[in-house]
Ligand binder design. Structure first.
Ligand code: ZN
Length: 414
């Protein structure tokens, strides 16, 4: 298979969110000729028709689970009101997701996916076909549709917007160096070595290994392996023994507009027989008590001498942001499965290799993120493995293979 390592597919998703982080885009005026409003949404049987009163730039669709929904982002579109639905679709909602993107959400009665679709010849309506499927046939990723060239709205010109810097609360951390191909279209992975500085993390019983050193050595090994592969770009949140609050860690990934964020850790347990790796993804509801306890331990990294050094938790109250986060969580969960599949060829995993919990470091709403507990510093075999060059290179091989498969899969899904 030949890979084209570009990231055009997620450009929409990124673009919409990127403005919110560092810049606020204030639209002084919108060009009415360049924003078609959604004038009508009709869904019956297995057909959805979205009509516009003027030209739009394009549309993309993606699936969300728990509950099952299909979202349609209309670029260069303005949201209207309401919509009519029967059949598989229970209800329709729409809202202005960003100044240039309208989002329509279809709540589904049972699992279904968009099989195909397209714009009409005059670019003023979008037809989508729907098919009921099994719950496990719902895949992450977007399908994109473009109107015919002649009837496609131009993206708004930059001189219609003013960008206002939002202060510099997080700028105390300079952005790290990006390694790998000097090509911004390649996917960018940010590897975060957990803990650091005055926060050692877990310590092995005889003091021979500190989590902060183990995680840094593993992060470097992963970076070197990815750079040698030549397919993706990679950056480390820290390449020295320094302390970062949790928000700074994913903040770096967001500011770099990373396509994937991975935080590396090594666990400790009272029971020294506990061993093997686990990959965690974000959920407000922990998959079990142990996962919840681990998350609260890792989240304590922000609290030094009783003072919480992290900022307020992310405001994800808006339903539209929440949907983005869910999409991100689905992609993260898919990657977690891939990491287990590829990683378990190189190193031992626990019986339940993928778990969920509310880790602060995974809370970037727009960056797919996993926390990788590579093993137990309280277990003799694990600590010897993680502390050896050979062990680390196996971890790096598994992680790199998962990352490369992840981006190849995203490409194939397009
Ligand atoms: Zn840790």
């Amino acid at each position: 298979m030949k890979f084209d390592w570009t990231k055009k597919g997620c450009a929409l998703h990124k673009q919409a969110m990127a403005l919110g982080t560092i810049l606020v885009s204030a639209l002084l005026m919108t060009n009415p000729a360049q924003a078609g409003s959604i004038s009508r949404i009709e869904a019956s049987g297995s057909q959805i028709t979205v009509s516009f009163d003027d030209l739009v730039e394009g549309a993309s669709t993606f699936s969300l689970i728990g509950p099952n929904r299909i979202a349609v982002d209309v670029k260069g579109g303005k949201a209207g009101h309401g919509g009519y639905a029967t059949g598989i679709i229970k209800s329709v909602r729409q809202g202005q997701y960003s100044p240039n993107t309208a989002r329509i959400v279809f709540d589904l009665d049972r699992p279904a996916v968009i099989t195909n679709g397209g714009f009409s010849n005059d670019g003023k309506s979008l037809k989508l076909s729907l098919r009921a499927v099994g719950q496990n046939q719902i895949a992450s990723g977007r399908k994109s549709f473009l109107p015919p060239m002649k009837f496609r709205a131009e993206p708004p010109k930059n001189n219609y917007s003013v960008k206002v810097p939002l202060g510099k609360p997080r700028d105390s951390v300079g952005l790290p160096k990006i390694y790998g191909p000097n090509d911004p279209s390649r996917p960018l992975v940010v590897i975060d070595a957990g803990h650091g500085g005055h926060d050692p993390g877990a310590i092995s019983p005889h003091g021979s290994a500190r989590e902060k050193n183990v995680t840094l050595a593993i992060a470097r090994a992963i970076r070197d392996r990815l750079v040698a592969g030549g397919r993706v770009r990679v950056a480390l949140t820290r390449d020295t023994d320094k302390y970062l609050v949790l928000e700074e860690r994913y903040g770096i990934a967001r500011r770099l507009e990373a396509d994937l964020f991975m935080s590396i850790h090594a666990d400790a347990a009272g029971n020294e027989t506990a061993s093997g790796a686990t990959v965690y993804t974000l959920s407000e509801v922990a998959s079990d008590r142990e996962a919840a306890k681990l998350a609260s331990r890792e989240n304590k990294a922000n609290i030094i001498n009783g003072i919480n050094l992290g900022g307020a938790t992310h405001d994800v109250s808006s339903i539209l942001i929440d949907l983005t986060q869910r999409e991100t969580m689905n992609i993260s969960a898919d990657f977690a499965k891939l990491l287990h599949r590829e990683g378990s060829r190189q190193m031992p995993f626990r019986k339940t290799p993928h778990r969920y919990a509310s880790f602060v470091v995974l809370k970037a709403p727009d960056t797919p993120s996993v926390l990788f507990e590579t093993g137990y510093l309280t277990n003799k075999n694990d600590v010897a493995f993680l502390n050896s060059r050979q062990g680390r290179s196996k971890v790096a091989a598994g992680v790199a293979s998962a990352i490369e498969s992840h981006f190849a899969r995203k490409l194939a899904a397009r």
